[in-house]
Structures are given as structure tokens and as C-alpha cells.
Design a protein around this ligand. Sequence first.
Ligand code: F6P
Length: 287
Amino acid sequence: MKILILASGGDSQGMNRVIYNLYKHYKTKVYGCECGFAGLIEGNILPLKHFKPAKHKNNSGVCIKSSRCPEFNTEAGFAKALKNAKNYDYIVILGGNGSKKGAKELEKNGIKVVFVPATIDNDIDNSQYSLGFDSAVNACCYSINNIMPSVNSFKNRVCVFVIMGNSCSKIAENVSDKVNADYLIKSEDDIDYKKIVNTIEKNISKQKNTVIILKEKLLKSEDFVQKLQAKVKNVFLQYFEIGYLQRGSKPTKFEILQANKISEKIFKSIKSQNSHYIYFQKDKWKF
Ligand code: F6P
């Protein structure tokens, strides 16, 4: 039996642990596809050992490397990928909704796949959890909780924290809740300058600084801060993009546990000799 593993889209914490678990279980039977679907098109495939999975098992990132690959969606690109995919009995695909779509296309064309939900955004259809979310939330809270004591050494400050999450607001919502933020902007409707100024002024009257959580991709951080600054006098505004810290920070213990549970499901999927899409519902991993 020959198994191939690939990661596509944004890397997420826990991917490396799944890769290591597969290596431990299948040893020389498992191969790594470098740079996701791009590697499948080009045939950049090596025995998994080459990517040093044991060294990376507790690290963030993804040792086999990922990519975003528009070519996979073209007829010619897909045909090349399919030709290479046919050399394997199973392909394990780690990623988000785009990667799931890719898995389905391969499956439609006779390839046996196992899809693993892995994206910090936690926005995968039909799954209440995806690998990386807990670590990303944790990384945001850690950053904010380590920035604010310094900011709070000064009066009349407003801090805007820009949070990754693509079009999904789950990370921003969770972080806002956990750090007890003063204002959360998770959609266009929340960009209400009157309300925001009101919050800031109320805080100033209580000698309190203001924490605003801004979900990425809603508006340009600089523009928002400039516009807000023009509306509040004698207040110093700052913004911090948490960005890649969310993906690059260490996986939490919870993440490693989920990656281990998912790996068990992958082994079962492969044993069953059918394609499976792993998902999380009602506190359980299923397929
Ligand atoms: O999908 C994961 C994610 O980290 C999103 O939260 C973010 O919008 C995007 O990827 C960033 O993409 P890139 O790695 O291409 O900058």
C-alpha cells in the first residue's frame, strides 16, 4: 500500500502532528507531497521521512510545505495532478474548504481520499472544529495580554488588534470574549463610529484604556485608525496586526490531542478502503 499526504492553503497548528502520526504508523508506505496540489501537479513527491516528521511533531507550520494552487483548478493542471495521484492507494489531504473541494474532485475521478479539516479559521462546512483554531485563539490572547500591561502604563490609549480569520469571525469573537475586549468589529454593521467613540469616552471617564478587536479584511487598519483618531481628541490610537503569529505560534496541548484523535480516524478510514471526510460534531471526530 502507498499513501500520500499533502497540505493545502494556510498552514495550521496540528498539521505536523498528524503527519508524524502517519509516519509512525505507516513508515515507508507513506509519502509526502511537497507544496500541496502544486507538488501533486509537478510530481514533487518524496518518502515522508525526507521531511523529518519526528523533528516537527510538536511544531507549528507544516514540514511538507503548503501552497495555494490556482493551476489545480484548470483542466491541464488537474489532469497532471490526477495522473500522479493514481500512483497512490490513498491521498490524505489537510486543509480548508478549498482543499476539501480539491479532495472531492480527485475522489470523483477514482482516487481514494481522506480529508482532514485543518485551518485556523474554523470555517469548514459541516465541521464544528478544524485543526489550528485553538492555537490561533491562544496566540492572539497571549499577544494581547502581553501588550496591554505596557499600554496600560499610559493613560488615554486605544489599541486596535487586527485578527486573521479570512471571512470568518470565529477567531475574533473568541478572542474578544477571552480578553474581555471593549468593542468587537466582526462585520460591516459593527463599523459604527458613534458607538465606538462613545465606548472610548466612557472608558476615559473611568480612567480605562480601550481594546478594540477588528476582524481582518473588513477595512484597511490604517484608514480605520486615522478616521477614528480624527473623531477622538487627546487620545493616542495604536493598531497591532497579530497576523502570522496566529499560525506560527506553538500548537496548544488541546491541538495536539485533537491531531492525535484525528490520526486514529485516518487509520480507520484507510483500513475501510473508502474515501472519508473527517469532521467534528457534538464533541466528537467523525467520518
Ligand atoms: O485561511 C487561513 C488564513 O490564515 C486566513 O486567516 C488569512 O486570511 C489567510 O490565510 C492569509 O493567507 P496568506 O497565508 O496567503 O497570507
